[in-house]
Design a protein. Sequence first.
Length: 253
Amino acid sequence: MASECLSGKSVLVTGGARRMGRAIALSLAHAGADVAVSWRTSQLEAEQTSAAIAALGRRAFAIQCDVRSEPSVRAAIASVIATFGHLDVLVNNAAVFASAALESLTLDQWDAVFETNARGPFLVAREALPHLRTARGRIVNIGSLGASHAWAGHAHYCASKAALHMLTQAMAKAFAPEVSVNCVAPGWIEFPASPEFSESSAAEREAARFAAKTPMGRNGAANDVAQAVLFFASGPHFITGQTLAVDGGLGLS
């Protein structure tokens, strides 16, 4: 992908403070975009990511946004427009991952996952749509391999991501021809160890098991996902309604 391919463009990455969201935000900034990152509880990390983007010579800011809340989403989009003047790309990255036995899954557990993973992208996209239509912009949703492969211990998560994959297709039809809408579906993604996300020996064994099952011989990295997002953000506008698996072939097993 050519450098500076997003020069003059502005981007909002929800949940862009850390981990995969941070990698996506930095990748788009390296490509020339001005980037807003939203956060719900990770203010410090969001400000650090914003500072890293600014160090690249881009405009950047961190904004608190609860994607589950209509007023919060509305205020966040208004702030992006007030700061950048326009919005060209929306990356719906904010999500929660949860585990629970299906037979004992509570309604509160179910709703907590769906309100972030499915309702959130709907709310943010709906509020951003007038600005994206003006810009002939892009929406990139972050789905999951779990949307198409049932994980028994994560039924509510898998169902929420399956909903997002279908929502991507519905948005692509509804928002065309001005806005292209696509989805990136990561498989198992590894992140550098940190105090907050220290890996247990069980998690490490699970990661090794998935790597052994993956045709490419390793688990994914955040930058693998970020580069796929960059493709949809800067590639042909004619591509819409597509879901791109970034899983090293894991979904083939």
